[in-house]
Ligand binder design. Sequence first.
Ligand code: ADA
Length: 563
Amino acid sequence: MHRMFHTTTRRRQTSLEGMWDFVADPQDVGLSEGWYSDYPMNSLPMWVPGVWNTTRELLNYEGPAWFRTRIATEDCMAAVLHFAAVTHQANVWLDGDPLGDHYGGFLPFHFLIPSPEPGTHELIVRVDNTHDMTTTVPSAYLDWFRYGGIPRPVWLDELSGPGYIAALRLTPVVTHGKAVLRVRAELMNLSNNVLDDIWTLYLDGEEVRSERVRIESGDVQVLLFAVDVEDVQLWSPKTPRLYRARLAFAGDDCIERTGFREIRTDGTRLLLNGEPLRIAGVNRHEDHPDWGFALPPHLMLRDLELVRDLGANSIRGSHYPNDQRMLDLCDERGILFMEEIPLWGFKAEQLRLEMINCRTSAMLWAMIERDSSHPCIWAWSVLNECATDTPEGRAAVEQLVETARDADPTRPVTFASNRNLQDICFDLVDVVCVNAYYGWYWHDMTWSEFLEAMRAKVGNKPLLVTEFGAGAIYGWHALEPGVVWSEEHQQQLLMDALTAFTERSDLGFYIWQFFDTRTDRGARALQRPRNYNNKGLLDEYRRPKLSYYAVRRLLTGKEQPET
Ligand code: ADA
């Protein structure tokens, strides 16, 4: 399932999860040799959704690769082929004909296939995970692994028509306890005749709005409206009340889920439903040694159980739009989420490039379009550790913040800086986020001095330390203090930071990071033993280090279990 709930009652939905055929194309000859209609014989089996890097001989493969599967359609008016994510460039053919392409490794896309012939069809996808310094987002400079593949679900919807709901976007808004659901939908007429029919929106099974529309053959009608939700039950971490919205139109329907809560800033504070909210969170990559970033839902759930056990109330989905099922689970469990686009570590000269600007704005728009219904998302983050101490950085932040506010005026917008006291963009955002590694990379100030200086710079705005941490190799111990990579030293540095944070009432935080993650072998390989970023509270198999228990004690008062 591509979500944690059923998304339709009308469409015939087929998951394309399974073993697909796979051929790597290191010489990049597939396009000129026409592999889209003449697929090579020497294929390997490859699990979808998955990344090819979990196949031993392909661990470090970067470049184009070709996937193939077969899909079966019955008699229908149209079919829609959905990809929840392909990393990073996808070109898609059906029976040798191009369906289209998409760039952006963490966001969904789909193709409408009008009146497909009943029977079996050959689906071929060319995937390219090449990273470079001038056109791709993320770039080739990274501190996570360059996985490639089709890491999230692929599925086919068959439509009986004549109506097709081509898009449904919900934005829940609460102001002073009054709830409104903003709806944007696209209705299409698939038939050859004029369609004169009624659409209806249901909330938790009750009809809340219905209207007649008249749509010419092949045309699309955009619906844009808001409905008041009376006697709303608010979503909160303690009572994560969700509502089910169903839009029905002329033989089609779409189901989405949402929750109503108010999130706003008030001076240095964040308020959730009018109550002060203190973020105590963890940074989490989508990563596991056996799955890369194609985590199956039961592992997402397990991670969330550990977040809960730790006593954290939020996840920063560093550093890209997460699988939507993870957000569904956070909605259900009342875990807040900060979501980000993968604009990571870009320098001024890269931020000047037209291609980068276009791609990042498109990603930000698409992320918000996909996720505005999720009550767990409390902030959009537009970048991480870019040159926000330069005019190019400022121009990029200006453009991205404007895009985010246009796409969703209801949530705070932020970015994560490591330019900190030199940053020139904090006035552009609602919440200031800084990454700082005192005691690990940095030694020029104490935490208290840094936080004091940051507060003076930022003034009357919420301030979060979105990253801080230290590395430790799981199971590596030292009696003496200060031994780098020991669990004891990591614990000491994290506690030093958290003690300084808890002395202040005006600060939220996200620990870097929840568990160890496989990382790039590039520039920083010598600072990354095992080719892992070892700053996890847990190791990559989610085995706890001393820091896990120390943070848990601080956040929940719970002691380390006796073994
Ligand atoms: C940065 C970056 C993280 C990670 C971290 C580290 O702050 O945002 O992705 O690379 O540093 O471990 O050094």
